[in-house]
Each structure stands twice: as C-alpha cells, then as structure tokens.
Design a binder for this molecule. Structure first.
Ligand code: FES
Ligand SMILES: [Fe+2]
Length: 391
C-alpha cells in the first residue's frame, strides 16, 4: 500500500473516482482519420441542435447548417411544421441553398442549377426538361428528408434515419426545465467563437471543475464550491464533515447575496415566475445533450451553448441568451452584465481548451490520466468509446 492510499478516507456517497483512469488516446484529438470516424459514429448518428424555432418565424423561412461535408436544410412549411432535408437536389446533387438563412418564394424550393422545383414538404413538383424521359416518375425524387424534433422552441435534426430516442439524448428528464417556459423565451443576445481545439476537449473541460479555481477567478467567487474545485457537495471525499452545512462553499449554489450569473450577481431580467425556491437558490441548472449542446438556466435568463466541429482541431461555439419577452421589451433593463460575465467565463474556457489542445501532440504523450474529480469526464469518454464501437 502506498503512503498515499493508507490515509485515504471516502465517505459513503462520494462521487469521485477511486482509482486513476486512462483517458482517451491522444491521437483521438487530432488524427484526421479518427476525426472522420467520430463524425460518422457520433455526429451523424445523434440529435444535433440547429437553432431556435424563432429563427424560422414564418412559413417558408429556412436555415442551413453545415456539419463537415453534410449540409442540412430546415424549412418551415405553409402548415407551420418545420422539416429537415439534406441541402441537395435530387437531379445531379447541387446544393439547393447557398445562404445560411432566408425565405423561399411561394413557388417553393428551386434548385439554382437546372431549376427543379420542390414543395416545402420536399416533393419534387417540376423538372425543366422538355420531355422527362419515358418512365420518369417525379414522385420517386423527393428531397432526402431527415428526422426533426421541435421541442420547447429548440429545433434538433439527426443525420440518420434512426436516431436514438430524443428524450434519451439528454442527461436529465427533459421536463426538468419546464419551469423556465422555454418555448416562450426570446433570444436577447448571441455570441460565436471559433476555438482551436477538438470538440471533445471542450466537453471534457465542461465536465470538471478541477480547473475552476485557477482558470475562473470570478466564477469561483460567484459559485464558492467551484472555488474548491468541486461541482457538488459529494465530490469532496470527506463531505460528511459538512453534510448539514448550508454555506454555499459546501452546499453549492451562489455566494450570499448573489442571484444570477452576472457581473454583480444581481439579476438583469424579469425572474422566471414558476422556478422553485430550491432551483433559485442553486443559481444554475445544466441540461446536456452531447455532442452538440448544453442549456444552462439561471433565475432570469437561459444560456444555450451549441458546439459544431469544424475540423479535427477546430470547434465552433455559438451561444444564445434567452429571456422572457418582457425583459427584452423593457428599455429600463440592461442585459449586458449577464453577457459580460458569461463572456469572461467562456473566454477563459476557450483559451484553456486551446492550451490543452496544443500540448496533446507531444510524441511521448499516449494519453492522459483522469483524477478523482474528473468522474464526469470518465462518463463522457465511456460514452465516446461506446459510440465508436456501436454497430
Ligand atoms: S442539379 Fe438541381 S436541377 Fe439540376
Ligand atoms: Fe470552465
């Protein structure tokens, strides 16, 4: 027994790892062939968050989103139903839309190459040949459609015919955030950033707070338990010493006097009226759907963070800030202190992710090692391994 382990104490219910765990192979974070494997096994088989429903506010509005070589087209029909297709014409495969958002004319979707015309439901309505050729049946050439789920004002699409059940792609029951009335929230601010790291580096950083005291001095003050490098009470092996202590340093939640993730801890928006006292006290609640998005709720705003891989070592992060419409309609209210605070935290995370990425190439570095506080990274990496081997 090592000197270290003879002194070990772990209270029942302790969440941390009890042995060091081998992390994923370093090459998984930069090898182009492996990146392709992950696109195929993970990104093309799970639900991907595309945009808020409000981005398709009128019938015939559309957005497109590129995920590596795959271009997704989402359009709202005249019947108000959103549908997703590959952004590809059935004739000779031209891309149908070249812009990332817009509105189709009432004629429908017209291919820019030889003007085949489709309905918003994807039916081929018209070709342009004088004679289509004997036996040609336009009903056999609809757009390639994709599963789409519109949930609480969020549009998700999957690049596969058989995605996992939508509810199962979240880490909590999806009605857990119902008190935030998310279908009715409006986007008050957006932010986009390209990070020079593999998409998994971002998620791993998201899944631990071992870095919080060093990387996030302001956040560590606002959320005192983060300042102890822990995510929650039972992450401390001796948590029972403070089991009944309501000090946020042990119990989690925001520092005394603070209510929201803003520069001074004061809420910037109208408080969500239905949120429970307990959830208010916690100050934040995370709902995660790997690989593409996490949603964080606060007492007065909701943050949606979407990730998209742009390359083996390049990831795009897009953030949307959602508020009750009355917050945005009130000229007396200024949301900038929420945006500024988040900006600081996300910039710190982005920078440290790039630092992590840079070191991964070292020739002798075969893989890292996970420490006790990194139990959630272990779950993430186990999920990655399972996805890579899933038939
Ligand atoms: S490729 Fe679309 S009409 Fe020819
Ligand atoms: Fe962080």
């Amino acid at each position: 027994m090592s000197a270290n382990s003879s002194a070990v104490r772990r209270d029942p219910g302790y969440t941390g790892l009890t042995t060091p765990v081998e992390a994923l192979p370093a090459s998984y974070y930069f090898d182009p062939a492996h990146y392709q494997r992950e696109l195929k096994q993970i990104w093309q088989r799970n639900w991907i968050y595309i945009c808020r429903s409000s981005a398709l506010d009128k019938p015939r509005s559309y957005v497109t989103l590129d995920l590596d070589t795959q271009s997704i087209l989402v359009v709202r029909g005249e019947d108000n139903i959103a549908r997703a297709f590959f952004n590809t014409c059935r004739h000779r495969g031209a891309a149908l839309c070249r812009s990332s958002a817009g509105r189709f004319p009432s004629a429908g979707i017209v291919c820019p190459y030889h003007s085949w015309r489709y309905s918003l439901k994807g039916e081929l309505l018209q070709t342009t040949s004088a004679q289509p050729g004997d036996g040609f049946n336009r009903h056999e050439f609809p757009l390639y459609d994709l599963p789409l789920t519109e949930w609480n004002g969020f549009i998700f699409v999957a690049l596969t015919e058989r995605p996992p059940p939508f509810e199962k792609s979240f880490d909590l029951p999806i009605n857990r955030l119902d008190d935030w009335q998310m279908a009715s929230l409006a986007v008050g601010h957006t932010l986009k950033k390209t990070i020079k790291c593999n998409w998994k580096v971002f998620w791993e950083n998201y899944n631990e707070c071992l870095h919080c005291p060093g990387v996030h001095p302001k956040l560590a003050q606002l959320v005192p338990i983060f300042g102890r490098a822990l995510l929650e009470r039972r992450d401390d092996p001796s948590w029972q010493d403070h089991a009944a202590d309501e000090d946020p340093k042990y119990a989690g939640g925001l520092r005394g006097g603070a209510q929201s993730w803003t520069m001074d801890g004061k809420p910037v928006g109208v408080l969500f009226p239905r949120v429970s006292e307990e959830d208010r006290k916690a100050g934040h609640l995370y709902l995660t759907s790997v690989p593409s998005v996490f949603i964080v709720t606060h007492v007065d705003y909701v943050r949606v963070v979407r990730l998209l891989p742009l390359g083996p070592e390049l990831t795009e992060m897009s953030i949307e800030f959602l508020f009750l419409p009355e917050t945005l309609a009130d000229p007396q209210r200024n949301i900038s202190s929420a945006v500024e605070f988040t900006n600081i935290v996300m910039r710190e995370d982005a920078e440290i992710c790039e630092v992590n990425q840079r070191g991964l190439h070292a020739l002798p570095h075969r893989q890292g090692v996970l420490m006790p506080e990194e139990y959630a990274i272990r779950q993430f990496q186990d999920w990655v391994r399972a996805e890579l081997t899933r038939a």
